[in-house]
Design a protein around this ligand. Structure first.
Ligand code: HEM
Length: 424
């Protein structure tokens, strides 16, 4: 038997349709059935290797073995990421571009963002008190969009602010979709890139003034490894790579609201011991709820891992959802249990909803700390600073809808600010 034959294999034709059907569970279901951390299949008309678990995550983030260029399908680049953006770069070009993103994430600048975000939650809460019912998904995306624009130097056009925020959200909505949802994401991307390309040119020409510590300034005047300015379109794409994922935190706000609604005992626990519970609750929300299903890369040179052969050019998918639900890593993995984080060792390769490894040297999310802090603020409002009713609605999360979102988008009624909100 060759090493290749040792690797479990799906003996069927192309599995792309099954991937759409099983969604988040596609890799994990097969890993469970075959009791394996690795199997071979065919996806998008080519051979693919699917891997999952902590060791697999460590392997996937070895930049001597995997590259991203050529591994991210154009349909994802034209909706979610932008063509040829940071996610697709490797080696020195990637490290240089990544430093640009990480330079925006100093503690001081994150604190500035959190202050703006609190102001936007406060303003939104006042608006919500005036209406009978709201849909949290759209509302939280808008308030995050407002904070993101103020922080990053992007102008807020008040008359179309919700449309702009929805465009950011629709790029994310497109990633696992075919048909109208995908098409809407592409249109949103085109519109937003055109708008921000013009804005970058105005910033360069001095017609729009932006502060030097903002993302808009950084993208407009960044110089690549050859000391050239980014093409204005590319600068716009990378600016979107800041604003869009901030807006995407709205999905985690909805997941936090669902978790609190379905596990109301945590309201009291959060009130009694806010310091530890808020962090545990946020981490468990990121672990438990489905956001990124898997990530793709391609093999640089032939190599063997645990007796399995990886051939140059093969597409490899890392199971993100399955790794964050793996019973070998997480006790009662299918239960929402924030207390598990009391004993979590802090490995960079098991809690990987935003990728694994080191954000400075690899592709791990540049905005993970920002996401955690922003979720803590959202939770503060949902658990403490607001009172509200949750009317009857469909809150089910289907694993075949990528990205996951409840049909009702979390409706809330009779919202009031509590004294702690009104007085602060
Ligand atoms: C909504 C919450 C978020 C989720 C679920 C998320 C998830 C991810 C994932 C899975 C990756 C890919 C990791 C990889 O390819 O190995 C990533 C990359 C990235 N994220 Fe996030 N992210 C979030 C929020 C943010 C925020 C708030 C920012 C910035 C403001 C951000 C900026 C980035 C950037 C620039 C990359 C590309 C990194 C690279 O390729 O080196 N993300 N994110």
């Amino acid at each position: 038997m060759t090493n290749n034959e040792q690797t479990p294999q799906e003996h069927t034709l192309d599995q792309s349709l099954m991937l759409l059907k099983d969604g988040y569970d596609y890799i994990f279901k097969r890993r469970r059935e075959m009791d394996t951390e690795i199997f071979r299949t065919r996806l998008l008309g080519q051979p693919a290797i699917c891997i999952g678990g902590k060791d697999a995550a460590e392997l996937f983030y070895d930049t001597t073995k995997f590259k991203r260029s050529g591994a991210i399908p154009k349909r994802i680049q034209k909706s979610l990421f932008g063509v040829d953006a940071v996610q697709t770069l490797d080696g020195e070009a990637h490290r240089h571009r990544k430093m640009l993103f990480m330079s925006l994430m100093s503690r001081e600048r994150l604190d500035d963002f959190m202050e703006l975000l609190r102001e936007e939650w406060e303003a939104a809460a006042k608006r919500w008190e005036q209406v009978e019912e709201i849909e949290l998904f759209g509302e939280s995306q808008e308030l995050l969009y407002r904070a993101a624009c103020r922080w990053s130097g992007v102008p807020i056009e008040e008359e179309i602010v919700r449309e702009r925020a929805d465009d950011m959200g629709n790029m994310v909505e497109a990633f696992g979709a075919i048909g109208p949802r995908h098409a809407a994401g592409r249109r949103a991307r085109r519109r937003t890139e055109e708008w921000l390309e013009g804005f970058i040119m105005d910033v360069r020409a001095g017609e729009c003034k932006v502060a030097e510590d903002t993302a808009a300034y950084a993208m407009a005047f960044h110089r690549d490894t050859q000391n050239r300015e980014l093409d204005a379109r590319m600068a716009a794409i990378e600016l979107i790579n800041i604003v869009r994922p901030i807006v995407a935190i709205g999905r985690y706000v909805v997941f936090s609201a669902i978790a609190l609604h379905e596990h109301p005992q945590y309201k009291q626990k959060l009130a009694d011991n806010e310091r530890v519970y808020r962090q545990w609750f946020v981490q468990e929300t990121r672990r438990y709820y489905p956001f990124t299903p898997f990530l793709g890369a391609s093999v640089i040179h032939d190599f063997t891992w645990k007796g399995h052969e990886f051939e140059e050019g093969t597409m490899v998918l890392l199971d993100i959802y399955g790794t964050t639900h793996d019973p070998k890593l997480w006790d009662e993995a299918d239960q929402f249990k924030p207390e598990r984080f009391e004993h979590w060792g802090g490995s960079p390769f098991d809690l990987i909803p935003q990728g694994g490894g080191d954000p400075y040297t690899g592709h791990r999310c540049a905005g993970e700390w920002m996401t955690i802090d922003a979720m803590r603020i959202g939770l503060d409002y949902l658990a403490k600073r607001l009172t509200y009713e949750v009317p009857e609605q469909d809150l089910e999360l289907s694993l075949s809808r990528m990205p996951a979102l409840p049909e009702s988008r979390f409706k809330m009624k009779n919202i009031r600010r509590t004294d702690s909100a009104v007085m602060s």
